[in-house]
Design a protein around this ligand. Structure first.
Ligand code: NAD
Ligand code: UGA
Length: 466
């Protein structure tokens, strides 16, 4: 193993691989970073002016580094050959088939990456597992590498989970709470850890780089996401009690969060959490517990998912109930479709499920999102697990290019993503364009409810009676 990282190959040019490598290239001018993917389309986009993902400030960083020490290519094998450190940041989605279907993480892309590394490498390399994986996944990578390497080669495998959030990826990468590196507790393992620490050391303080054994590192990532998701499910559970009693969830969250032991972050009630990871990783954790014969522990974590399902359903039910128990053929504007603001990502977005339930009730939806395009929204809503009848979805859904277009002639407006621009809309104009009585359902608690009531809207939100 070379002690200094000279060339990095990243396998997987997605939400993690792209931004992470851009920051490494930006902060480490002497390291050459090659980001690779099997998708020609994704690579073309990374090499164009319109990057495949939207993240504030990402464009500027890519522009500065691309062609200097940051490159994007589909030649995965060549990049592996040349690099002395390889980041695996491929997707690890929930399995949709076979054993563990709907729960376990699908590790086929990780395995394929490991096999490619073993096959094409002529030198020992540091192989870094950046994707989120079940505990002991590194063991499989190690076994595949060992069973397939050329004579004399000894790769080292590290776990280096990523903690960035979408929409703030650049900020999180530049100033992480911590960088976690897990590795083998042997001299070779420690050397590999030191080499990767050196890369982060270009911009992250030493105290923030935590090193530990590989399994702790893998489990820490799943645990961190499960704890975050748990806070959201906890406050959403409280929001249901608030609605039933007249307590106000914002006030309760404030009071609870001022206890420094609890802290105020991640206590925002809403229509449930989405995103590519919380659901997937908590399911992954429950499956792991089951495989380890820990059914009580599995049930404990499973409840976070169950509460999240309940919250998405509850919001849609509230809309139907409030609109005189029927939304059939009524037009409803959906504002926001991404899973959170400042991203165009729709994976597991709670908005999808709210739309699904409303479509099942026969509602006509006029959907607007500032960053998600027409095709992406239709693709999500026409998936077999969302709709049994895609033709019906086409009839009932219209994608709009502005919020004002979306509310035209509607009975109700539902906020599903907390985009800032929804706070600034001209609600007097909106009032005039909607059918009467006009309903607003604020699923993210972002609007000025008093002002809306004064205009004449019937307003409903999560976790408080208005
Ligand atoms: P993504 O789907 O956006 O990107 C993964 C990319 O890997 C895809 O473009 C895919 O084409 C490519 N790929 C798959 N197999 C390949 C192969 N054999 N060779 C080359 N390319 C291959 O996924 P993502 O959101 O970047 O997530 C990647 C991993 O990071 C996941 O395990 C996820 O749980 C974890 N993670 C994601 C986030 C996030 O915010 N999205 C944050 C932390 C951790
Ligand atoms: C999350 C974690 O925050 C990251 O640390 C982690 O790296 C990442 O998952 C991952 O492993 O993929 P992300 O999913 O991008 O990041 O976004 P979050 O800000 O965590 O939001 C997730 C969901 O929870 C969103 O739907 C958001 O609206 C919702 N949320 C968040 C709430 O409903 N309430 C809150 O208080 C916070």
């Amino acid at each position: 193993i070379e002690k200094k990282v000279r060339k990095i190959c990243c396998i997987g040019a997605g939400y993690v691989g792209g931004p992470t490598c851009s920051i490494i290239a930006y902060k480490c001018p002497e390291i050459q970073v090659m980001v690779t993917d099997v998708s020609q389309e994704r690579i073309n986009q990374w090499n164009s002016d319109k990057l495949p993902i939207y993240e504030p400030d990402l464009d500027d960083i890519v522009k500065e580094c691309r062609g200097r020490n940051l490159f994007f290519s589909i030649d995965v094998e060549q990049a592996i050959k040349e690099a002395n450190l390889i980041l695996i940041s491929v997707n690890t989605p929930t399995k949709t088939y076979g054993m563990g279907k709907g729960r376990a993480a699908d590790l086929k892309y990780i395995e394929l990456a490991a096999r490619t590394i073993a096959r094409v490498s002529d030198q020992s390399k540091i192989v870094v597992e950046k994707s989120t994986v079940p505990v002991k996944a590194a063991e499989s990578i190690i076994n595949i590498l060992k069973a397939n390497v050329k004579p004399g080669i000894r790769h080292q495998v590290l776990s280096n989970p990523e903690f960035l959030s979408e929409g703030t990826a650049i900020r999180d990468l530049l100033n992480p709470d911590r960088v976690l590196i897990g590795g083998e507790q042997s001299p070779d393992g420690q050397e590999a850890i030191a080499a990767l620490s050196d890369v982060y050391g270009h911009w992250v303080k030493k105290e923030k780089i935590i090193t530990m054994n590989t399994w702790s590192s893998e489990l820490s990532k799943l645990s961190a996401n499960a704890f975050l998701a748990q806070r959201i499910s906890s406050i959403n559970a409280i929001s249901a009690i608030c609605e039933a009693t007249g307590a106000d969830v914002t006030e309760v969250a404030h009071a609870v969060g001022t206890d420094t032991r609890i802290g105020s972050k991640f206590l925002q009630a809403g229509i449930g959490f989405g995103g590519s990871c919380f659901v997937k990783d908590v399911l992954n954790l429950t499956y792991l517990c089951e495989s380890l014969n820990l059914p009580e522990v599995a049930a404990y974590w499973q409840q976070i998912i169950d509460m999240n399902e309940y919250q998405k359903r509850r919001f849609a039910d509230q809309i139907v109930k409030c609109m005189f128990n029927t939304v059939s053929n009524k037009k409803i504007a959906i504002l926001g479709f991404s899973f959170k603001k400042n991203t165009g990502d729709t994976r597991e977005s709670p908005a999808i499920y709210v739309c699904k339930y409303l479509l099942e009730e026969g509602a006509k939806l006029q959907i607007y999102d500032p960053k998600v395009n027409h095709d992406q929204i239709m693709w999500e809503l026409m998936k077999p697990e969302i709709s049994e009848n895609p033709e019906r979805v086409k009839e009932l859904v219209e994608i709009c290019d502005s919020p004002y277009h979306a509310i035209e002639g509607t009975h109700a407006l539902a906020v599903c993503t907390e985009w800032d621009e929804f706070k600034e809309l001209d609600y007097k104009t909106i009032y005039n364009k909607m059918l009467k009585p006009p309903f607003i359902f604020d699923g993210r608690l972002i609007l000025d409810h008093k002002m809306l009531q004064e205009i004449g809207f019937h307003v409903e939100t999560i976790g408080k009676r208005l």
